[in-house]
Design a protein around this ligand. Structure first.
Ligand code: NDP
Length: 283
């Protein structure tokens, strides 16, 4: 066989970048599947984002992820957007198609893929806490997956209303807003409850949602977007009440699986990626 010392390149642009575990998870998948690919974790300051994208083009990168603070800013450096990235207005995965860089959003897709292992969102009633980037990505994908209704519960009325208006204008799902200014009761007919705020994220692991835990019932599926630590107060409390739960590792792993599929065309083993993260987070 002809030797080939040129590995296809992928990676991530973010700032900060040091605490982002994606490189460990993606490279574990590359190794497991015998792919001689690389994933390079890069710290890119906002004022250098354009240079970084031009550098990736010059070096022929197959694609890359963008994380905080680049998910919206990267769009002006790209050649087009996928359907949900366009609705969400943010990109976390860039894919080279022909000689174009196309922005996709796999955060919400990864979440929905993880959710499908527990419950099909089609026709379901959803309560989501938060209205930031993660809530936007997750709720748009749930709407595209056929959720019946989405109640957005958010601290800032303004941010919550922007998301509700977006869902009502661009998807067929009925969205409404509840301003979060005290302890919230989950309506009894709810099927899926999601924390898409940053509450519970390391190092503030003891911060808890203002939520009446007695309003959770065993028929509900409770999901948390927080992956560090994966076993948040919400996940543990919901388990105690007999709910089925979905932790933030499911979202992180599945957005990675979808991104690798975009880049390599291969369906990688999600379990290998999850085990890598579990070792990192001592689950
Ligand atoms: P944003 O900063 O865009 O949004 C944060 C949201 O949390 C806002 O709705 C904000 O409300 C709300 N919030 C923050 N603090 C509080 C508080 N003390 N009380 C009430 N509401 C609060 O962040 P992102 O949406 O990008 O990220 C949110 C979380 O999702 C992060 O922790 C991130 O780690 C996680 N995430 C996980 C992923 C995964 O793969 N598992 C992927 C992407 C994100 P307000 O509008 O009022 O400010």
């Amino acid at each position: 066989m002809e030797p080939n010392f040129l590995s296809p390149l992928t990676g991530s642009f973010a700032m900060p970048a040091a605490e982002n575990p994606t490189v460990a998870m993606v490279e574990a998948a590359y190794r497991h599947h015998g792919l001689d690919w690389r994933y390079i974790n890069c710290e890119v300051p906002p004022e250098r984002l354009g240079d970084a994208v031009r550098g990736a083009r010059a070096m022929g990168w197959v694609g890359f992820n963008c994380s905080i603070p680049h998910k919206v800013a990267v769009i002006e450096h790209l050649d087009g957007l996928g359907e949900s990235a366009q609705i969400i207005g943010a990109v976390n995965t860039i894919v080279r198609r022909g000689d174009q860089y196309i922005g996709e959003n796999t955060d919400g897709k990864g979440f929905v893929q993880a959710m499908r292992e527990v419950i099909d969102p089609q026709g379901k009633t959803v309560v989501i806490f938060g209205a930031g980037g993660a809530a936007r990505a997750v709720s748009v994908e749930l709407a595209l997956a056929g959720a019946k209704s989405i109640l957005v519960v958010n601290r800032s009325q303004k941010n919550g209303q922007v998301l509700v208006d977006l869902l009502n204008a661009k998807t067929g799902t009925a969205a409404s807003l509840q301003v979060w200014d005290g302890v919230v009761d989950i309506p009894p007919g709810t099927d899926i409850v999601i924390n898409a705020t940053s509450i519970g994220l390391y190092p503030n692991v003891d911060q808890q949602l203002e939520l009446n835990l007695d309003s959770l019932s065993p028929h509900m599926v409770v999901a948390d977007g927080i992956h560090n630590p994966p076993r948040t107060h919400l996940i543990r409390n919901a388990e105690k009440r007999g709910c089925r739960v979905l932790d933030g590792l499911g979202m992180l792993v599945n957005q990675g699986v979808i991104g690798i599929k975009y880049w390599t065309g291969i369906d990688v083993d999600a379990a290998v990626m999850r085990q890598t993260l579990e070792k990192i987070f001592y689950v």
